[in-house]
Design a binder for this molecule. Structure first.
Ligand SMILES: [Zn+2]
Length: 273
C-alpha cells in the first residue's frame, strides 16, 4: 500500500522526446559515476555502486508494476525500458541536459522516450527514502507506458501527463489538506500546465481517480489519446470538468467532514481505511 504522502515528496518531473527512437541511456560522460548493468525479466537497469546491494530488490519492486500499468492503459506491448539510477543530481543533469535541455530544480526523474527512464537513485538518502525512490521509478515507468499509447503525450498537456503517472504510482496528497478543495479557488488548466509551479503533483492522482471512477478506463485511455481534450472526449467545458472533479474529490475524500481516520490508497484498486 502507498500511504498518502506529503506534497513535497511528489517532485519528480518528466519530459519526453516524441521524435523517433531514443538511445537506451545517457550519452554524455558522467564524472565520477561508473555505471553497471543489471537485467531483470523485462527491464534493464544502469546503476552505480550506491545501488549495488539493492539493485535486485529495486528491479523486483518495479517489475511488480509492469504488467498492471500497461493493462490499465490498454498497452499490449512495451519495449524493454532502460532505467538509469543516478547517484547525484549533478550526474543526472550532466546526462540528460544534452537530451532535453535544462531541467527544473525540483526534478528527480524524467523520461526521454517510451523506453528510457532517468532517475535519482532510491538510495540517495539525502533526497528521499528508498520506498519513495521506488514509487518515483514506477511513476516514470507509467510515463513510458502512456507514451506508448500516445507518442505525442509528453507534457501535452502537462496536467493529464502527470496525472496519469501520479495516479498509477498511487502518489496521492490528502485533499483534506489542500485549499483547492477546502476553500478554493480551483486551479485552472493553464496553472496546472505551467512549469513555474508544482500544483499538479498535489492533485494529479485525483484527476486519474475521478476519470476512471466516473467514466471508466476506456474513457481514461481515450483522453490520453486525445491529449486531454475534455470537450471532445467528455463533452465538458474546462470549468464544468473542474467543478465535477472538485465535487467528486470533496465527496470521495470526505473533505470538510470531521473524520480522523487515516486514509490509505493504493494504485488502481484503492481503498480508504
Ligand atoms: Zn511525472
Amino acid at each position: 500500500m502507498t500511504r498518502l504522502r506529503a506534497a513535497a515528496a511528489c517532485t519528480s518531473i518528466a519530459l519526453a522526446c516524441s521524435s523517433g527512437p531514443t538511445s537506451p541511456g545517457p550519452v554524455a560522460p558522467v564524472p565520477a559515476a561508473r555505471f553497471l548493468s543489471f537485467q531483470s525479466a523485462r527491464l534493464a537497469f544502469r546503476y552505480t555502486s550506491i545501488d549495488a546491494s539493492t539493485i535486485a530488490q529495486t528491479a523486483s519492486l518495479v517489475e511488480a508494476e509492469i504488467d498492471r500499468i500497461p493493462d490499465d492503459l490498454g498497452v499490449t506491448e512495451m519495449p524493454t525500458v532502460t532505467i538509469t539510477l543516478y547517484p547525484s543530481i549533478d550526474s543526472l543533469r550532466t546526462a540528460v541536459t544534452p537530451l532535453v535541455g535544462s531541467i527544473p530544480s525540483f526534478a528527480s526523474g524524467l523520461v526521454t522516450g517510451a523506453d528510457a527512464v532517468h532517475i535519482l537513485s532510491p538510495n540517495l538518502i539525502e533526497r528521499w527514502a528508498y520506498r519513495d525512490g521506488i514509487t518515483s521509478a514506477i511513476h516514470e515507468f507509467a510515463h513510458c507506458v502512456s507514451l506508448r499509447l500516445n507518442p505525442t503525450f509528453g507534457n501535452q498537456p502537462r496536467w493529464l501527463w502527470e496525472s496519469v503517472a501520479l495516479f498509477e504510482a498511487g502518489q496521492y496528497t490528502d485533499p483534506r489538506g489542500l485549499t483547492y478543495f477546502t476553500s478554493g479557488p480551483l486551479p485552472t488548466f493553464a496553472q496546472l500546465n505551467s512549469f513555474d509551479n508544482t500544483i499538479i503533483y498535489d492533485v494529479g492522482a485525483t484527476f486519474g481517480r475521478f476519470i476512471v471512477d466516473t467514466r471508466g478506463w476506456d474513457t481514461f485511455r481515450a483522453l490520453i489519446r486525445a491529449n486531454g481534450d475534455v470537450s471532445r472526449v467528455l463533452g465538458l467545458s474546462e470549468a464544468a470538468f473542474l467543478n465535477e472533479w472538485s465535487s467528486y474529490v470533496r465527496t470521495f475524500f470526505r473533505v470538510g467532514v470531521a473524520d480522523s481516520r487515516p486514509m490509505t490508497l493504493v494504485p488502481a484498486t484503492f481503498e480508504i481505511a
